[in-house]
Write a protein that binds this ligand. Structure first.
Ligand code: FES
Length: 139
């Protein structure tokens, strides 16, 4: 058994390892859909993108993001998942109905951090070392 904590609802549930996040949320009366989501949701087939949740703790305890999620969640940070596509293998904390503006901010911060991380090796490539010898870049 593992636990899922729903932060906004202040509710924690115990589920079997390998449970589907959307199914367990609904089974425990956790509302994961916005008003529009309630009207247009696909029933858990990965077609509508309305079951978005933000994993604030324990993301490593979930199944990896699949191709459907990569396509549907392009404008969301890596912490966001489609509940219907997510299998819970360990304890997590979840924010339901994450705010789109906050998600966009997180996404921009993630992209900036990624760009900064990628820029570091290029800036140091070919620079002189403190010993006076040129450091060759290794690619
Ligand atoms: S319920 Fe439609 S994508 Fe999850």
């Amino acid at each position: 058994m593992v636990s899922i904590k729903f932060v906004k609802e202040n509710k924690e549930i115990e589920v079997a390892t390998g449970s589907n996040l959307r199914f367990k949320a609904q089974e425990n009366n956790i509302d994961i859909y916005t008003f529009m989501g309630k009207l247009t949701q696909c029933g858990g087939y990965g077609q509508c993108g309305t079951c978005v949740v933000d994993i604030v703790e324990g993301a490593h305890n979930l199944s990896p993001r699949n191709a459907v999620e990569d396509r549907m969640l392009k404008k969301r940070p890596s912490t966001c998942r489609l509940a219907c596509q997510t299998v819970v293998n360990g304890s997590i904390s979840v924010v339901t109905k994450p705010d789109k503006k906050e998600s966009l901010k997180k996404l921009k911060a993630e992209k900036a951090a990624l760009q900064a991380a990628e820029a570091v090796p290029q800036e140091s490539a070919g620079e002189d070392s403190p010993s006076g010898k040129t450091i060759a870049s290794v690619d």
